[in-house]
Design a protein around this ligand. Structure first.
Ligand SMILES: [Zn+2]
Length: 386
């Protein structure tokens, strides 16, 4: 946008933590939001839009734009991050899937370097301590029982950048790893789990504070056996939802939003390399995935037919628009779920996640149909992807 200078961003609706300014404007200087004002600025605006929201923060994403965090090298990871930035995601947590421990250590070390370089904002380990019964697109070969020593090795390899680990709470040893993660400041998330509601509640008491893609990869909620979904929604934990229209019915997203409350819903993409790619064949970890009509499924499932959904091909731009227009959530609640709440969970709330003076100028500018018009990341403008 500018080289250390200042610029004005104006919008008909500016979503701030204290309410929506209609209209409002922001002063951006040196990569930060210098001030937020109601009304119209006297000086001309460098950027105008219908809506200004905080830049999106995706805390569960495996790749994008044909590149992956689970395969390939640092340049692939950079490409994936750039792809998502072009869709409004100004901060990203790279998610690894179940793999041999040594491989997870190697990839965590590589991602830690990228976090130090500011390309990503942390690492999420989705595995290897997951339920074989609910493993979805995770490779069952490398699932292992929860083990504090293994967790400690993975944490050391990530050099302080491990932000979250997804665990199935019913596995033997899970509570110990959950306690170790929570004590280390790593979000312990319940996911890919076949646990009962009781076991899930025990895990929450031990330190689980987050749900990995609520409903997907979990024992379903039933009226006489509420399972992990019931327990997670019954406690004040943050809950991820994939609001892409294929992983969850829009009505279910609406119910989850109401049950979790506006401060506890988190919109994610859970997207793999195929985000933004046309139909075809891709890799997720060691598994082959086929994208057809925008939905990624495991290729060649046993017995034929359709394979397990293997992660979405969505972007944050898409799930945000869908949460507003199809699910019908208030825009301010969607901004919280797409940015403010993940920032808080990642310990970034003093850095980003709100349109507030002093924070990084991470801003998503949307038109009247909630389509992305421009992205400002750390004060620099990026054109949206077509
Ligand atoms: Zn995932």
């Amino acid at each position: 946008m500018t080289d250390g200078g200042s610029a004005i961003v104006s919008a008909e609706h500016v979503v701030t933590p204290d309410g929506v300014l209609e209209p409002g404007w922001l002063e951006v200087a040196d990569g930060r939001i210098a001030a937020v004002h109601p009304g119209r600025s006297q000086a001309p605006a460098a950027h105008r839009a219908r809506w200004a929201l905080p830049g999106f923060i995706d805390m569960h994403v495996h790749g994008g734009g044909g590149a992956s965090f689970t395969e390939g090298g640092p340049d692939d990871a950079r490409r994936a991050a750039a792809f998502h930035r072009a869709h409004g995601t100004t901060r990203i947590v790279a998610s690894l899937v179940t793999a041999p421990l040594a491989e997870l250590e190697r990839r965590s070390a590589m991602l830690a370097e990228l976090a130090e370089a500011g390309v990503i904002d942390g690492i999420h380990l989705e595995g290897p301590f997951l339920s074989a019964a609910r493993c979805g697109a995770q490779n069952p070969r490398y699932l292992t029982l929860p083990d504090v020593a293994a967790f400690t090795r993975l944490q050391a390899a990530s050099r302080g950048w491990l932000r979250m680990i997804t665990i199935a709470p019913e596995l033997p040893g899970a509570l110990e790893v959950i306690r170790a993660a929570a004590a280390a400041g790593v979000i312990a998330a319940a996911g890919h789990t076949d646990a009962s509601a009781e076991t899930t509640a025990e895990a929450i008491a031990a330190g689980v504070s987050h749900a990995t893609h609520l409903f997907n990869g979990m024992r379903p909620i039933r009226h006489r056996s509420p399972g992990p979904v019931g327990a997670l929604l019954d406690h004040p934990v943050t809950c991820e939802v994939i609001a892409d229209g294929s992983h969850l019915d829009d009505l279910i997203v609406r119910l989850a939003a109401r049950a979790a409350g506006p401060g506890n819903l988190v919109l994610i993409t859970d997207v793999m390399a195929a985000a933004g790619m046309s139909d075809g064949d891709y890799r997720l970890g060691e598994l082959d995935v086929t994208v057809s009509a925008g939905v990624a499924r495991l290729a060649e499932p046993e017995g034929g037919g359709l394979g397990s959904i293997a992660g979405s091909t969505a972007t944050m731009e898409l799930v945000v628009r869908r949460a507003i227009t199809a699910v019908g959530l208030p825009v301010a609640d969607v901004a919280a779920a797409a940015s403010t709440t993940p920032a808080r969970r990642l310990g970034l709330d003093g850095v980003t996640g709100s349109l507030r003076a002093g924070l990084a100028a991470d801003i998503a500018l949307l038109d009247e149909d909630f389509r992305l018009q421009a992205v400002i990341a750390r004060g620099e403008r990026h054109q949206p992807a077509a």
